[in-house]
Design a protein around this ligand. Structure first.
Ligand code: GDP
Length: 296
């Protein structure tokens, strides 16, 4: 279920409940079951949805509803708050400082949009006055360096990589050192991905991280992976200290639920979303406007 449909389904469920003459537990349950179905179809993890249902039941007081208060508003507010709570891990991600070099390491599976997102992130900050640089430590995927080079050249961002060196740790360290010397204040390290979560990928990630000591590790996740989102995000979090999430491919048939699951699994905020293949199809992620839009 895409985001707009999710909002529609939730609104419809609330509307149906508001139309009932008497709001008793049965009517409230029907409404919450309807909302649960909609969230599950949007790929929010089952446990999160179940917890949300329990919380809403605790918050929404049936006596208030029966007394003729604005039922629609009460339930809508409770759902709004619960969804915001799910998306807000309660701690901000690392804050970049201009003029001081920060190393940001990107991790994620192959095809998640990692390389594209590295450039988008660099481009976004370049426009805001930072001095970014891109390091391609992906020696696994053929063509990864060419792709990064092409993107970086288009955005006029300095880049570093190698066609011959096969050790990602070495490239990462060399690139970071070089750009620190060149006074870049945002050094972005693109790492390799694999088709699936596997030991070799996580080991490589750990080594690159140990050698470059990133200030922030960003986990990039494709929004179309469905219910797999929670487990994937959790597997990364268990291997490396993920501090923020970027959810890609939120355009087209994207399901929003994966974002909620990734936040829950990593206890880290979503900081941006990717909304297309182009460099500027990239948006800052704000919880409240996102949920407002979701609920229509
Ligand atoms: P990587 O293997 O994780 O580095 O993934 P890439 O950056 O090569 O991206 C894989 C594909 O997804 C490419 O065709 C990108 O153009 C595409 N892509 C990346 N981000 C987005 C996005 O936000 N929206 C859409 N529609 N496509 C994207």
């Amino acid at each position: 279920m895409v985001l707009a449909q999710l909002g529609g389904s939730i609104s419809r469920a609330i509307q149906q409940m508001s139309n009932a003459t008497i709001i008793d537990e049965k009517v409230l349950n029907e409404c919450l079951n309807e909302i649960t179905r909609a969230l599950l179809q949007s790929d929010v993890q089952f446990k999160l949805v179940r917890d949300m249902q329990t919380n809403i039941k605790k918050i929404v007081n049936l006596d208030d509803l029966a007394a003729g208060h604005n039922k629609r508003r009460i339930i809508q507010q409770a759902i709004f708050n619960e969804l915001c709570k799910m998306l807000d891990p309660g701690k901000p991600s690392f804050t970049l400082k201009k003029g001081k070099p920060s190393v940001i390491m990107f991790v994620g599976l192959q095809g998640s949009g990692k390389t594209t997102t590295c450039t988008k992130y660099a481009f976004y900050h370049q426009k805001k006055g930072w001095k970014p640089a891109l390091v391609c430590a992906d020696t696994f995927r053929a063509g990864a360096f060419d792709q990064l080079k092409q993107n970086a050249t288009k955005a006029k961002i300095p880049f570093y990589g190698s066609y011959t060196e096969s050790d990602p740790v070495r490239i990462a360290v060399e690139g970071v050192e070089r750009f620190k010397k060149e006074n870049c204040d945002l050094i972005i390290v693109d790492t390799s991905g694999r088709h699936k979560q596997e030991a070799a990928l996580f080991e490589e990630m750990r080594q690159v991280s140990e050698a470059t000591k990133p200030d922030l590790v960003i986990f990039v996740m494709d929004s179309s992976i469905g219910q797999a989102a929670f487990d994937q995000a959790q597997a990364f979090k268990q291997s490396i200290s993920v501090g923020a999430v970027i959810v890609t491919k939120m355009d087209g048939h994207a399901k929003g639920g994966g974002a909620l699951s990734a936040v829950a699994a990593t206890k880290s905020p979503v900081i941006f979303i990717g909304t297309g293949e182009h460099m500027d199809e990239f948006e800052v992620f704000d919880v409240k406007p996102f949920v407002s839009r979701l609920l229509g």
